[in-house]
Design a protein. Sequence first.
Length: 152
Amino acid sequence: MPVIAILLTLLGLVPLVLFAFGAVGHIPGSAERMLVGLIDYAALVLGFAGGVHWGLGLLPGAARPNLRFAAGVLPLIVAWVALVLAQMLSPWVALAVLIAGYLATVLTEHRASQRFLVPMPYVWTRWGFTFVAVVMMVMVLVLRGVGQTIVF
């Protein structure tokens, strides 16, 4: 895995962590805006994750290109559904859908790596990103669910 890809992945976690901690802050108006930012950013990143599979499906001689295209589009659809649910139902439902989408995506990628369809170093990077993302979203769900805040 190129060092730049690892660095950009780590850098990509910064907004997610900042939004998550902001969403459990003690100023209600600010916390609400940060919650919206968390959901929006997490959805964008989930949609972006599928692009790897789309790109691999376009390679000449790609194994199972139709499956790769589906794997490339499904995270985007899940992200879009989460954004719609955040507006129509509640942010909690959106976060739950995003958590499920992140876990399903990384498990799919892990399974694909066992079939040599995606490189294992990429999958380990995705596991790391997914772990932090899911922990942040679960933290927000739990702390806001029990009415707790964090004072910085």
